[in-house]
Design a protein around this ligand. Structure first.
Ligand SMILES: O=C(O)CCC(=O)C(=O)O
Length: 286
């Protein structure tokens, strides 16, 4: 990640840090660990996702995990239950076994300072600015949450693109997913279809909720290309809002916990009258 040999054409201050620009690309000073390399940016452009291992220190992750665990115990509103989401295999009602299983602690940004600090981390903002090619805003619509997947009652998620949650002038947001514990095939971790953010998808390939239909032959090569991502506590995956991804059930014995935020470039405005416009956002360009 470190750029050891860079040619500084100009530098300026960005969110209190010295950031160097060279032909429109931003590099970090060799001494810190802030910016993405050209190779990482190219990988994101090609695959639609980028994993950075051990990005967030243990102490910071444990603080977020503690708040999550306390708030799961009290079901601190606003939350979303598996029952409400209603994915296949979800408890049929609040009274059914597992009926009060929490899927998401919503409004993470508003919920606790530990999540706000992570969402606004200047180094993160600088990376997002590189990925989106301009200053960024944090959207408070959908995501903006702690995703929890519980053993037994945490359901699988079919192949979808997160852009289905948002309405913007361009379908180009970046999702930042921070693992607070192990995420893999057993715990119901994410799977991605590399490059699928660049693929045209015909309407017949999608169901009414914009999931890839499992019964459509045109989708079979996409499913076959799916790759499991393995994350440990502190690992972060950035992914494009048009990238198809899915996740399994949690067959482990601990709650899988991840913090998810989404960002847009400042020029990519929410469509008037949409939920994306109504939910509000945080301007991180200043
Ligand atoms: O953890 C999962 O099941 C995937 C969640 C997800 O992709 C989503 O909510 O958009």
């Amino acid at each position: 990640m470190l750029e050891s040999a860079v040619f500084f054409i100009e530098f300026h201050k960005y969110r209190g840090k010295r950031v160097f620009l060279h032909k429109g690309r931003t590099f970090q000073r060799a001494a810190d660990n802030m910016n993405l390399s050209e190779q990482q940016l190219a990988q994101f452009r090609s695959d639609g996702y980028l994993v950075i291992k051990k990005l967030v220190p243990k102490r910071q992750c444990e603080a977020m995990l503690d708040v999550t665990q306390q708030q799961l115990k009290t079901a601190a509103e606003p939350v979303e239950y598996e029952t409400e989401l209603g994915y296949p295999g979800a408890p049929a009602s609040f009274d059914a076994p597992g009926g009060k299983t929490i899927r998401r602690l919503r409004a993470a940004y508003q919920r606790d300072a530990c999540f706000r600090h992570w969402a606004e981390d200047p180094d993160q903002v600088a990376r997002l600015q590189q990925l989106l090619g301009e200053a960024v805003c944090l959207t408070l619509a959908h995501h903006n949450c702690v995703m929890t997947k519980h053993p037994h009652f945490g359901t699988a998620t079919g192949w979808h693109r997160d852009i289905r949650y948002w309405s913007y002038s361009r379908p180009e947001l970046v999702v930042v997913w921070l693992a607070l514990g192990p995420e893999n095939a057993q715990t119901g971790g994410l799977r991605f279809i590399p490059g699928s953010h660049r693929q045209d998808i015909a309407p017949h390939q999608l169901d009414a909720l914009d999931f890839l239909r499992p019964d459509v032959a045109d989708n079979f090569p996409l499913f076959a290309a799916g790759r499991q991502v393995e994350l440990e506590q502190g690992d972060v995956v950035f992914f494009h809002s048009k990238l198809f991804h899915a996740a399994g059930r949690n067959d482990g014995d601990m709650v899988k916990t991840s913090v998810a935020f989404a960002y847009r470039g400042v020029s990519n405005l929410p469509l008037p009258g949409s939920r994306s416009a109504a939910a509000g956002e945080v301007d991180l360009s200043k």
